[in-house]
Design a protein around this ligand. Structure first.
Ligand SMILES: Nc1ncnc2c1ncn2[C@@H]1O[C@H](COP(=O)(O)OP(=O)(O)OP(=O)(O)O)[C@@H](O)[C@H]1O
Length: 237
């Protein structure tokens, strides 16, 4: 059974068709990448999968349940991180994690686990609004992992991180996927990151998936040297 199954998802904003009849699945333990140029429809897709916006057409099933009809049950088993999601700025990092632990009804010991996992010890007593964008990204990831989600949806998870922090977070996510079988759906503009993390990749352009496969399959089928070159070929065609 798929953890996530989206069928014929479509979303229009006035004259713009942001997502156009998109089919997408994520299986247990799978890391799936959604790539494409700016404006291709990646974030809009994720927002429909999370129930943040309503599709004009199509359906989203999570864990075999319709998202609209089983919203609370389904949302308790997934989580989401994106640099553009704002957390309450006046709260201390630890308070934010405590609030989310309450919200997801998980033991408060998960807060300590997240502080250790994301190396947030020194930021624990800092207000969220005072953090740098890279530090906020780590708090976002702590929030996103606090309920041990069966499916983790990440919109450009390492976008604001310096190379060292980015590498640590990528290693952490790969470990969580490989060791814990945690399924992930990620968007990224960082091709080496996608090559390293994703089992399966979908390239989007103008709201549609136009190529799918593993990094190796896509590289071969596009006659490219690496995924970066595949991206350029897709974006410029
Ligand atoms: N709330 C909105 N109102 C109007 N148009 C929107 C809205 N959200 C997205 N769009 C449009 O939908 C299209 C897809 O946008 P989306 O943010 O999904 O792209 P993306 O692939 O995530 O891009 P990026 O890589 O730049 O983050 C774009 O043309 C965008 O302008």
């Amino acid at each position: 059974m798929h953890l996530l199954e989206a069928r014929a998802l479509t979303k229009r904003f006035g004259p713009v068709t942001a997502v156009d009849g998109l089919d997408l699945t994520v299986g247990p333990g799978e890391v799936v990448g959604l790539l494409g140029p700016n404006g291709a429809g990646k974030s809009t897709t994720l927002h429909m999968l999370l129930g943040l916006i309503t599709p004009d057409h199509g359906s989203v099933e999570l864990f075999g349940m319709d998202l609209q009809r089983h919203r609370i049950e389904v949302l308790s088993r997934i989580n989401f991180a994106a640099s553009y999601v704002d957390l309450p700025g006046v709260l201390y990092v630890q308070e934010i994690l405590e609030a989310y632990a309450d919200l997801y009804a998980v033991p408060q010991s998960r807060v300590r686990d997240m502080i250790d996992l994301l190396e947030l010890g020194r930021l624990r007593k800092r207000r969220y609004m005072e953090l740098s964008s890279g530090q906020r990204t780590r708090v976002q990831l702590g929030k996103a992992l606090i309920n041990e989600p069966d499916l983790l949806i990440l919109d450009e998870p390492t976008a604001n991180l310096d190379p060292d922090a980015g590498d640590r977070v990528r290693s952490l996510l790969v470990r969580l996927a490989r060791d814990n079988g945690r399924a992930m759906l990620i968007t990224s503009h960082n091709m080496p990151e996608v090559e390293r993390m994703c089992d399966r990749i979908h390239f989007m352009a103008e709201g549609r998936i136009i190529a799918s496969g593993s990094a190796a399959e896509l590289t071969t089928s596009f006659g490219a040297d690496d995924l970066e070159e595949v991206f350029l070929k897709v974006a410029r065609r």
